[in-house]
Ligand binder design. Structure first.
Ligand code: PRP
Ligand code: URA
Length: 209
């Protein structure tokens, strides 16, 4: 079973509370998503492999550590996942970025995939799928399906707000995928929205409603 980790650092909790508020502007929402993704990145990336490197300090030559240069990919689920990309890229600027576009059919709540554009060597990369919301889990599951169909195997899912229903569904469908979230909320309402949640992440990020 994939691991579920709630990254409940005080800075993240504080920023998340502002993010959730109805009166937070689009501009502030965008900035907060970026900042929280960056803060989460510190934990999400903590298992990056290191290698030895010989360097010279003003005093002596010494063997120290550097990131092993393993190939990474950040894959946002459009639209809202886009808001989390820059925060992670600021930590790993050499990572490649793939895109998976999907939206939830408002009646069935099932995701509909409309775009997949990935780095050519996606099967050789360690992949971080990002989306602020894990609600029913349908979008995350389909995104991971899509990546695995293209040969990907080392996949981590990173979100800001999750519902227990979505966590369970993703863990059952893809037990090999670890999940990092900034908050595990209470439940889903009848419309598939996370409660208390933050509303529609895509609309709030892009100001479309
Ligand atoms: C939101 C969110 C996730 C999905 C989560 O996207 O960004 O992708 O819903 O819900 P699920 O876990 O039940 O699948 P939405 O469908 O609103 O698309 P948008 O980002 O383009 O607005
Ligand atoms: N998608 C969102 O943007 N918000 C929710 O609460 C659920 C799905």
């Amino acid at each position: 079973m994939g691991k579920l980790e709630v990254i409940a650092h005080p800075l993240i909790q504080h920023k998340l509370s502002i993010l959730r508020r109805t009166d937070t502007s689009t501009k502030a929402f965008r900035e907060l998503v970026d900042e929280i993704a960056m803060l989460m990145g510190y934990e999400v990336l903590r298992d990056l492999p290191l290698e030895d490197v010989e360097i010279e300090t003003p005093i002596t030559k010494t063997i120290q550590k550097q990131i092993a240069g393993k190939k990474l990919a950040i894959v946002p689920i459009l639209r809202a996942g886009i808001g989390m990309v820059d925060g992670l890229l600021s930590l790993v600027p050499a990572a490649k970025v793939g895109h998976i576009g999907m939206y939830r059919d408002e009646e069935t709540l099932k995701p509909v995939e409309y775009l997949v554009k990935l780095p050519e060597d996606i099967d050789q990369r360690q992949i971080f799928v990002v989306d602020p919301m894990l609600a029913t889990g349908g979008s995350a599951i389909l995104a991971v399906d899509s990546l695995k169909k293209r040969g990907a195997s080392h996949i981590t899912f990173v979100c800001l707000v999750s519902a227990p229903e979505g966590v369970k569904a993703l863990q059952e469908a893809h037990p090999d995928v670890d999940i990092f979230t900034a908050a595990l909320d209470d439940h889903l309402n009848d419309h598939g929205y996370i409660v208390p949640g933050l509303g529609d992440a895509g609309d709030r990020l892009f100001g479309t409603k």
